[in-house]
Each structure stands twice: as C-alpha cells, then as structure tokens.
Design a protein around this ligand. Structure first.
Ligand code: NDP
Ligand code: MG
Length: 380
C-alpha cells in the first residue's frame, strides 16, 4: 500500500487525484488532505478516504470542521504549520502538492527534508524557488515527479534516453481561449470569457494563467528546473488540440512526443505509480476522432506574459520568484474584477523592472522577494 498525502485536495487537481486514488483503493491509502476553506467537500473526502490528519488553512473554518468531526479519529490542523504537518506525516510515501500558488513552497521543502517523494502539480513552487527545491531533493535523494501534463510528457519522453542527448524540449500550449484574438480585442476580455478554457477544466488561477499564456511561461521555468535545461533548449509551440502534451527533440533529430486525451487523471496516475504503468478505466485516445494535429508559433507580442517568463529566466536569481508573486496578485485582482486582462502583463512587467535582482537567493531572500513583489503589485 502506498501512503499518500494531498495538499489542496478540494481543488481541481486534488479531486481528480482522489478519483484516481478511489479507482486504485487496493494500492493507495490516503493519510492526509487539506483545503483552504472548503470544509464541506473536505468533510466528504474524510468520510470516503479516512485520512489520519487534515489541514484547513482558514482557522475559523478549521474550528467549525473540528466541532463537526468531534469523536472521529481524524486530527484537524490549521495554518501553515498545519499544512506542513499534513505534508510530513509519519510513514508518508508520496506527497501530492496540489495547492495553488507559492503557499506550497514551505510544505514541499519540509516534506523533502523528511525524505518524502513529491508528486508536483504546484508549479509556482518551482517557479519561485526551483534551484532551492531541486537542490534539496538531490541532497535527500527525493524524487520530484511531475504532474503538470507537459512535464509528465517530457518525463515520459525521457525514459530510455540520456538527458545529455536532448537537443531541445518542445512544450505544447493550447493557446487558450484568446489564441486568435487581436491585441485590441484582448483589451476588452471579460472575466467570464477568460474563465472558459477550450480544452481543460481547471482551477480559476491556472485558467486565467492559461488565457494570458503566463501558464506556459511558468511551465518553461518549471521545465528548466525539473530537467536541468538551458534556456536555449526550451521551445514553446501552440498546438490547439492538446493531444500532444510535449515532445523532446534529440541530437539525432528524432523527436519523441507523448500523446493522450486531455485528462489530468493520466499524468496524476503516472506520478502515483511511477515507474510502473497501470491499466485504468479512462478513455483511450481515438486517432480517427483526433485526426488533425496543428501547430503554430506562439505570439509573444499579443501574449507578453510568455516573453516575461523567458526574460525572468535569462535574468536568473530572484526574478522568476518576483514574476510569479506579481502574477499571483494581478490574477487575484482580475478574478475580483478590479483590473482588466491586459493589466496582468503590465503589472508583472512593471514589478520585474523595479526589482533589484538577488543573484543566488536563499530561502529568506526568496520569501523577502516574494513579499516585496506582492506589495509593489498591490500598489500598481
Ligand atoms: P484549485 O484552485 O482548483 O485548487 C487549489 C487547492 O488549494 C484547493 O484545495 C484550495 O482550497 C487550496 N488552496 C488555495 N489557496 C490556498 C492557500 N492559500 N492555502 C492553503 N490551501 C489553499 O487549483 P488547481 O487544482 O487547478 O491547481 C493546483 C495546482 O496545480 C496549481 O499550482 C496549478 O498551477 C497546478 N496545475 C493544475 C492543473 C489543472 O488541470 N487544474 C494542471 C497542471 C498544473 P479551497 O478548495 O478551499 O479553495
Ligand atoms: Mg500544464
């Protein structure tokens, strides 16, 4: 039995991960779960999966749930200490980090220091502190198993090949709902339009990131750290059908692609069972129905967030962390209808321009840069 904890279990990835765990209940035992505030769903999850401990980030919601569960065996924790405790439960084999945003950093580092393998969905953690996280994982011999579909694809395309033989990785992007919109039309995007992704059903923050192509930028940074790539080894291509999840071109100009239905349960399952492949009940890819696969160059003028991610990587140090923090604030404000869609890249760029780069940041530098960037972004 593999003992699994999930932080962010009430979200899009969290609930899909639990559906995978339910399908494989003979192989996977859930020992920890967490939510920000959604205690109704967490309570249902507790009844179905019987974890030892849960964390409700919000203290008021936590005490309501604690009362509801009086007499039950599950421990209810709260706050960042609670999130860290759920991420480092004794006997845990694998932690799925499925919270949204850089809040995942401390729990991920804590789990790594306990030698717990990580199934990583929470890309903001690697964007903010990729070098720190990968170095900590290397020191503890902990596996960081990608859940993001593109990175799972690259991970799968790497099997049986040498990393040294990679010429470049080609990260595919759906292009989001505004792929064909003009720069002028993008100024008038509404929240409802931005929340309608053509191929994937996801949490609100990543859905907006996909519409602005910030998500692809974050994934470029995520790929750099996960696979130890140079910047010139990472390319992005728009592939609107989301059937090829990413590819590796090797030095002999053979390209290996990973394909499948756009269903996050597949990369989640791959991370849970790696290195095994296990039969499941999901829909297979029918090539007669997905017979057209098309590709386009990304447009970094209409979608400047993608360009900003490449710029942040080029600048290095604390810049990716600052970009991520500014973007978290900007997206939250857009979701609150306080700013327009094109204000997101404007804020991100301005915060980056104002940042005094820290060359080789430690954890305290990262946390300080994150908090500085959030303040500046809020002000903007
Ligand atoms: P959701 O918004 O659907 O879920 C986020 C989860 O984290 C929820 O359980 C939420 O609780 C919890 N949470 C949010 N904020 C906090 C906080 N401050 N403290 C503690 N818990 C918090 O996000 P997704 O599932 O879509 O995405 C999760 C991560 O996975 C992101 O990093 C995203 O980029 C990545 N990812 C997602 C994909 C997808 O298909 N959804 C694909 C690839 C990567 P509550 O329910 O109370 O809000
Ligand atoms: Mg992705």
């Amino acid at each position: 039995m593999k003992k699994l904890a999930i932080i962010g279990s009430t979200g899009s990835i969290g609930t899909q991960a639990l559906s995978v765990a339910a399908e494989f209940s003979e192989e996977i035992e859930i020992i920890g779960l967490s939510t920000n505030k959604n205690i109704d769903l967490l309570e249902e999850q507790i009844k179905s999966f019987h974890p030892k401990a849960v964390c409700v980030m919000d203290p008021d919601a936590a005490s309501i749930l604690d009362k509801r569960l009086a007499g039950k065996k599950v421990e209810v924790l709260t706050g960042i200490d609670g999130l860290i405790a759920v991420s480092t439960l004794a006997g845990c084999d694998l932690l799925l980090t499925a919270v949204s945003g850089m809040i995942g950093l401390k729990p991920t580092l804590a789990a790594i220091s306990e030698g717990i393998n990580i199934a990583l969905a929470n890309k903001e953690t690697l964007v903010a502190a990729g070098q720190l996280v990968m170095e900590a994982a290397r020191q503890k011999d902990v596996a960081i198993l990608p859940v993001d579909s593109e990175h799972s694809a690259i991970f799968q395309c790497l099997r049986g090949n040498q990393k040294e033989a990679i010429k470049r990785v080609i990260i595919t992007a759906s292009g989001g709902p505004f792929r064909t919109w003009s720069a002028e039309e993008l100024k008038h995007v509404s929240l409802d339009q931005a929340l309608k992704h053509p191929n994937w059903s996801m949490g609100a923050k990543i859905t907006i990131d996909s519409a602005s192509m910030m998500n692809k930028g974050l994934e470029v940074i995520e790929a750099k750290w996960l696979f130890g790539l140079r910047l010139d080894q990472i390319d992005v291509i728009v592939h609107p059908q989301s059937i090829i999840h990413s590819m590796i071109e090797y030095v002999d100009h053979s390209t290996i692609a990973q394909m499948g239905m756009p269903d996050m349960a597949l990369p989640i399952q791959y991370a849970f069972f790696y290195p095994e492949r296990v039969a499941n009940s999901r829909d297979p890819l029918d090539f007669t129905k997905a017979s057209t696969l098309t590709f386009e160059k990304p447009d970094m003028v209409r979608f400047p967030c993608l360009r900003l991610a490449f710029d942040a990587l080029k600048l290095g140090g604390s810049m990716s962390c600052v970009l991520n923090a500014a973007n978290e604030i900007a997206v939250a404000r857009f979701l609150n209808k306080e700013i327009g869609f094109t204000d997101i890249p404007r804020i991100n760029k301005t915060v980056m321009n104002q940042h005094q780069l820290i060359g080789d940041p430690g954890l305290s530098d990262i946390l300080a840069a994150d908090s500085w960037a959030r303040d500046v972004a809020r002000h903007l």
